[in-house]
Ligand binder design. Structure first.
Ligand code: SF4
Length: 346
């Protein structure tokens, strides 16, 4: 356990967590909405500090990040718990583990990996193509203290930090963390506030604020899980795309991801045609639009926005071609492509 960085002590042993926009009031012996932060004797603690489920090395493309250190691997740290309880969660066995089964399962589901342990592993694998650490799988920001400490150490070693997040964090902790973060994939689950309120029991606006703040400091890619009848209308896709192009820029990579029935939602999986249509709509405003969770469609590769040729070819998470020079200019027409970092040659 680790004492939380952002909270206030109140009367009668109560505390108020200030990490995410829920700003939970927490009585002694109780946890907040995320179930991972507990009031013990009038102090707030993170229960998941240093408790991680493992550290596999994923292709960086799997985060998904298609414009950041292509073809590198990234050590991927995840634990359990989330501050959202999305009815359609595609990863609910870990995200909802604390909510469904309580904190006693922490010791059986996770093992101790201290920030120092994590950095040691990341450093020793860098020469084999590991770019750094991705904080991923569950919502990493509820484990803020761990991410903050580890990210600082990783940065010192010259490696990279990646967040895969729902973006639900207050501005003060976000601003403190951003100098150590190199890339983020943020879920914008829908551009419709009612979607967040109904299906996620949260709010859209703080997520948009996170994106606007983060884009000034690191590479940001957006994921939108398309769920039939819930957020798949042409109007939804147009509104989302307009917001991204106006606020984050037309070079922001966007991933439309295929939903399948999971957790509490049994709507049938997203038809491929819906994803193809969404990409078609988004490509009118944005330069880099991808389709995920389904392979073999056109939205796997990166196309040069000027000449239309493939500059990074992909088959699933595998890179099949790379056609850019060291300055990230298209080999065919010299247009600059929004890609950060070097290409890992196997
Ligand atoms: S991080 Fe958890 S405890 Fe803190 S405000 Fe958010 S949901 Fe509540």
């Amino acid at each position: 356990m680790k004492e939380a960085m952002y909270y206030e002590k109140l009367d009668a042993g109560k505390v108020r967590c200030r990490l995410c926009p829920f700003n939970c009031f927490i009585d002694e012996g109780q946890t907040g909405v995320c179930k991972s932060r507990k009031n013990i004797d009038g102090k707030l603690y993170s229960l998941i500090y240093s408790r991680y489920t493992g550290s596999p090395f994923d292709p960086i493309e799997k985060k998904p990040l298609y414009h950041f250190y292509p073809n590198w691997k990234i050590m991927s740290l995840g634990t359990i718990g989330c501050n959202f309880a999305c009815e359609f969660c595609q990863n609910w066995s870990s995200s909802q583990a604390l909510a469904e089964r309580g904190e006693r399962i922490l010791s059986s589901f996770t093992k101790e990996i201290t920030p120092e342990d994590a950095v040691k592993i990341a450093k020793s694998t860098h020469k084999k193509g590991n770019a750094g650490i991705a904080y991923t799988y569950n919502e990493p920001l509820i484990g803020y203290e761990y991410v903050f400490e580890t990210a600082k150490l990783i940065k010192k070693e010259g490696l990279k930090n990646v967040l895969v997040t729902n973006g639900y964090i207050n501005q003060e902790p976000l601003i403190k963390l951003l100098p150590y973060i190199d890339a983020m994939n943020v879920d914008i689950k829908s551009i419709n506030p009612a979607f967040y309120e109904t299906l996620c029991k949260s709010k859209l606006q703080p997520v948009l604020e996170t994106c606007k703040r983060a884009v000034k400091s690191c590479l940001i890619e957006i994921t939108n899980l398309i769920i039939p009848t819930q957020n798949d209308s042409e109007e939804d896709i147009e509104k989302l795309t307009d917001w991204i192009s106006e606020n984050l820029g037309v070079d922001t990579p966007v991933h439309f991801s295929r939903y399948h029935p999971d957790y509490k939602l049994d709507i049938p999986a997203t038809p491929p045609e819906t994803l193809i249509k969404a990409r078609e709509i988004a490509m009118k405003k944005l330069h880099y639009v991808y389709i995920g969770n389904i392979w073999g469609l056109e939205g796997e590769s990166t196309y040069c926005p000027s000449c239309g040729k493939i500059v990074i070819g992909r088959s699933g998470y595998m890179i099949t071609s790379y056609e850019m020079d060291e300055d990230k200019k298209c080999n065919f027409c010299r247009t600059k492509i929004n890609v950060r970092g070097t290409y890992w040659k196997n």
